[in-house]
Design a binder for this molecule. Sequence first.
Ligand code: PLP
Length: 372
Amino acid sequence: MVDLQGQYAKIETQINQALQEVLLDTSFINGPAVHNFQKNLETYLGVKHVIPCANGTDALQIALMGLGLKPGDEVITADFTFAATVEVIALLQLTPVLVDVDPDTFNIDVAAVEAAISPKTKAIIPVHLFGQAAPMEPLMALAKKHNIFVVEDNAQGIGATYTFADGRQAKTGTIGHVATTSFFPSKNLGAYGDGGALFTNDDQLAHTLRGIVNHGMYQRYHHDVVGVNSRLDALQAAILNVKLPYLDAYNEARKAAAIKYTERLQNHPKITTPHREADCNSHVFHQYTLKIKEADRDALVAYLNEQGIPTGVYYPIPLHAQKAYRDARYKEHDFEITNALVEQVISLPMHTELTDAQIDYICKHILQFLNA
Ligand SMILES: *Cc1c(COP(=O)(O)O)cnc(C)c1O
């Protein structure tokens, strides 16, 4: 699904040198590598504050802690996403409220969010799923009207650009009250281990978050709030600092691969290729995900696997149907789209090193299976 070796080979000298610097400097915790990466990412995103942390799941938890949410507060998020989003809501004893998604973009459905808002709603967590910007402008308008927070889960969308109705543009992760990301190795900006960060333009919130990631300390050994220990490792920061200048090129390579896949697959009656806005910068293709209709998706997965083609089913089970997150309030007819998507979706290999020959081989076998 990814080719981290091929990507490393192209930047090997730079990476090794950056690691060597940290080793010689021995500033393994919160040293210059972490600080430099923080500053460089702030500049890249055009956001006032980046707060590095240990991983993307911690980032979500810390965001909700920083907003001061209390047990029983409701947080709305998408039914069709990775479990980390709902996991942290439940972990903090907040009440997850899962809602359905848009059948074309796979992103959280604004009308479903609106219908789910109650007097207890304190936050919405849109996920820029598979790298495609969620509908931030209508979500921010809803949030303003109801006085609730928006936490962008940008783990899959780093580098994507959102365009507002008036033409103004902003990077995903800089629009909500706070945003989170992950530097898991397979993410668009991947470390060689775990890593994560929060972004915000709010000075006060940034201050709060910087304390929470460090045991709730704002002054050494003074613990003002309950915090956690969640730091971005200095070696990972050094790696990310080398990779950040390549992020746009990496995302362009993903987009180029996506365009080639779509060219070869778009006219088949059993395939729906991923939705893309005319402005193709709103999608950075963390995943390239097809919908397969009137064919056995699982048999296709098995067939491709036999041809040496890895695929992924993101995600095979709706969150509302997961044992840990079932709730009597959920009604199956509220999740029609997610219930259908989990049967239809298949994600193809997507990374920065895909060759035309690989894409041809993959598409040829998909078409062969569906035409048989
Ligand atoms: C990867 C991911 C996370 C979690 O990130 P980790 O760094 O693995 O903890 C959260 N949300 C989404 C949407 C993700 O894709």
